[in-house]
Write a protein that binds this ligand. Structure first.
Ligand code: AMP
Length: 222
């Protein structure tokens, strides 16, 4: 199947939608944010650097992300398609990503842009909770996606936590960064004719429906 890339502002539901794609299509989910959050727990120089950078809402150095992505894509489980989220995040990264893909013999696939307005994102960011173990995402401000027992994951019983960067101050930095650095990527992929837009303001199910239609259409499943 074709590879999938998600581009969306912070808290637009990339992670949640990626998990739904994984469930249905059984392909690996590669999230630079998740990989970096794991490294940020390490008591090492790089662990501390990443922890500080993530908390501030700024971007981690390009060279670190390139190395992590290339290493991850070399894994055998990526051979039948993968979903990438959180990378590339700047035009420079997109150009480097094209080179990494070419080197590994992979195609860009379908780039899916989840569009959402700033006010909705702001409301979502403070309610987001993530399972420490299975990484399932909940939102305590939304009855459709809140956990049954507060602080406990419905799926695996793991503890839920609030991301360090899920506060309004970090959000403003991340959103500004998104508008300035990430949005120009859309034009890059539009020119390559691989860009598809979905409306992220709808329910989780309806956003997934739009995404699934794009995936099945482009894989000739309908
Ligand atoms: P996310 O989980 O995608 O919201 O990413 C969380 C944080 O990880 C971002 O705010 C950045 O600090 C860092 N990060 C994730 N992906 C990248 C990337 N491609 N380049 C640089 N920093 C990144």
């Amino acid at each position: 199947m074709k590879n999938i890339m998600f581009i969306a502002p912070p808290a637009a539901g990339k992670g949640t939608q990626a998990e739904l794609v994984v469930e249905k299509y059984n392909i690996p989910h590669i999230s630079t944010g998740d990989i970096l959050r794991d490294i940020s727990k390490e008591d090492s120089e790089i662990g501390h650097y990443i922890f500080e950078t993530l908390s501030s809402g700024k971007l981690v150095k390009d060279e670190i992300t390139y190395q992590l992505i290339e290493e991850r894509l070399r894994n055998d489980d990526c051979k039948n398609g993968f979903i990438i989220d959180g990378f590339p995040r700047t035009l420079t990264q997109a150009i480097e990503y094209d080179k990494i893909l070419e080197k590994l013999g992979y195609e860009i696939g379908n780039v899916i842009y989840i569009n959402m307005n700033e006010k909705t994102l702001e409301k979502r960011i403070t309610g987001r909770r993530v399972c420490e173990d299975c990484k399932t995402i909940y939102n305590i401000n939304d009855s459709n996606s809140s956990p049954q027992i507060e602080s406990i994951c419905d799926k695996c019983g793991g503890k839920l936590y609030q991301r360090n960067d899920d506060n309004l101050v970090s959000f403003q930095t991340r959103y500004k960064m998104y508008r300035e650095k990430t949005e120009p990527i859309l034009e890059h992929y539009k020119n390559k004719k691989v860009l598809y837009e979905v409306n992220g303001e709808e329910t989780v199910e309806n956003v997934f429906k739009q995404i699934d239609e794009i995936i099945s259409k482009n894989n000739g499943d309908d």
